[in-house]
Structure formats: structure tokens, C-alpha cells
Design a protein around this ligand. Sequence first.
Ligand code: HPA
Length: 236
Amino acid sequence: MTPTPHIESDVGDFASTVLMPGDPLRAKYIADNFLDDVKTINKVRGMLAFTGTYKGRKVSVMGSGMGMPSMGIYSFELFKFYNVEKIIRVGSCGAYTEDLNLYDVVIVDQAWSESSFAKTLGVSMDDRLFASKDLVKKLENSATRLGIDFVKACTHSSDVFYRQNFDDFMRIRDDNGCSVVEMEAFSLYANAIATGKQAACIVTVSDSLVTHELTSSDERQNAFTNMMKIALEVAD
Ligand code: HPA
């Protein structure tokens, strides 16, 4: 018997640091292109997970799926039942400001959300949750060492991709100081608080809600090398 219904790995199959892209095929891409000695450790529901080494250090990578409920299930199980200490979401985001260009790298130190996830989990009544300070610092240091430009920003973790009223996005941006939008960081941060573990998130701009520029899905799959290197360097 494995410890959870959604992951078929044995405890010990996961490294203490796990990178989580939304797309399980991107997890495979990271494993195939960045890791050595790779072992596939989960295929349940196609939510692929792999453990390998990066520069000799053990690291795992697993898809989170899209949205807070999906990220919420997987990250909780990893923290609580698989002895995972650190989860770094490596994803994509929409830009809310004209200052951000496609492919810019954003270290997400805080997440604002209208989601009830943290309240329902029983961890916080706040609409704004913070990434683990240590992990954010490590990501910043890693980016600086690699010479990769980044900005630090608050994300709007949205429950809805297709809103009826576009103006809602702009109101949320202006009222809460959100520079980007994605759909997972808030639940990851809530689970880290609930379990006393560490979480952070690094995202690349894949589209802009203000300039309406878009990347293609192929570009999304392949163009995130810088972000992944920043995150992989943080594994220990
Ligand atoms: N909205 C929500 N999530 C996203 C977006 C977006 O525009 N782009 C990438 N993730």
C-alpha cells in the first residue's frame, strides 16, 4: 500500500526538494533534459513524477495539474506523506502590467487570492499568503549567480481562467498589487503553512492581459530553461 490515493510512489522515492510545473509533460521535459539517473515514480492519472540528480544532488519533479484544488491535493500529499521539505512551483503566468514582457522571469514572493482554499483548509483567513522567505532568497541568489534577470512580485492566484467581466482582473490588480496572474501558488503556500514546510514559486510570462501578446504551447514547453535552472540550483 502506498500512502496516498493519488501517488503510487514509495516513501523515499521523492527527493526533499520537488519542482512542480502545472503540465506533467513539462515535468517529463525537465527530467529528460536536465536530470541524470532519472526514475519514473508516478503515473497515476498521468500526473507524471520523476526523481533524478542535478549536478549530483537528488531532486524530484512532478506535475501539479491546473488550478488550486489539483495543486492542493498533490502538494499536501508530498509534504505530509512523502517527507518532502521544499516545493517550488515552476510555471507560467499572465502579465497584468505593461512593464512585464513575454518570457520575463518572476519570483513570486506572495500570492493574493479570492479563493476559499486557505480558509477551507483551516490555515488562514487572509487573502494574501507569503512564500517561504528562505526559499525566495535562495531563488534570488541562484538567479543572480546565473546572471538571469528577474522581478519579484505578487501573483493573483485565480480560480477562474475565463472571466465574464474582464474589468475584474484590472480591479484585482489595482486593489491588491498583483503584477501577474496564475492559478496555483496560493494553495501551495497554504499547504506549506499547514504542514510547516517550505514553498515558493517562479513563473515565466506566457501571455499578457494588457498587451494581449501570446506564446504558443510549443514555445511554452521549451522556452523556460532559465527559470528551471534557477529552481534546480536550489535543490539540496
Ligand atoms: N490566467 C491565469 N493563469 C495563467 C494565465 C492567465 O492569463 N497565463 C498563464 N497562467
